[in-house]
Ligand binder design. Sequence first.
Ligand code: BTN
Length: 330
Amino acid sequence: MESTRKELIQLLNNVEGHISGQELSGQLGISRTAVWKHMNELKKDGYEIEAVQRKGYKILSSPDKISENTLRWGLDTKWIGHELHHYDQVESTQEIVHQLAKQGKPHGTVVIADEQVKGKGRMSRNWDSPKGKGIWMSVLLRPNLPPVQAPQITLLAATVLARMIAERSALAPQIKWPNDLLINHKKVSGILTEMQAEQDTIQYIVLGMGMNVNQEDREIPADIKYKASSLKIESRQHWNIQQTVQHILRLFEETYERFEAHGFSSIKKDWEHFGYKIGEEVTISTMKKTWQATLVGIEPDGALRAKSKDGEEEKLYSAEIHWGEGGYHA
Ligand code: BTN
């Protein structure tokens, strides 16, 4: 039943115009009445389907509420999201992907949820993941890389999210080192990368991406309002989650393949293009000292490059950056 529905969506999606009930019944090996029943189920799922006499059926639009079907509909990727699991509610999509990784699921497996009740942020923080308001998604990756290069994947993911926003709106996303996405100085998205490694090889990476999409201003918790926002608040328009997720997956696959073929340099360029306060002066504190420096870019190992007034350049791995006006501390 489930797989017939998937096949039906694929068939509808693969034709330009309409496809007749007879053809669908032939291709799916089910009766025309069964085709008609499936169509009604799709409508209940929120698909808008046009049925024209003597021509057949055509999908006009997919529903806003995501499901495995709606996410697969029109997803023309080669490997990412071919194994895809959608849940209404989970504790954290990260944990589910860790389990799937241990079961041997393939590179590119995606888990996405409408709501997380124990969303995880970086540095053991919570990640607020309210129902239907954002993208709470984790991807299983099995890169053929040494563990030291794992941070490059996080930087890559940040450029993908920034590009997606820039391509779908007039907003100007920025990546705040190491991997927060800001719009108008406020965080709209964060990335959590967890790695399972053995000596010199990565066994797998769980790449978690959280994006505040359709929260209204009043839905952002009061204590973080000064530093957090959503795509809807910043763009003053509703975002279709299904299309936004598909856009991320498409760009991710394309960027990841570019990274595999040509290495980190093109990713570095993208990152620096979107980099927050790159070329600007900030105050930096480490355990030993506090100083002012201009941010100049990133290193292939994910370090931030900062140049002090005397021209000396340092690589920063875990400094506290005082981002100055409009920004907040890392
Ligand atoms: C950060 O602290 O900025 C990273 C936030 C990462 C949140 C995402 S939402 C999907 C995935 N599941 C989780 O529990 N966390 C990540």
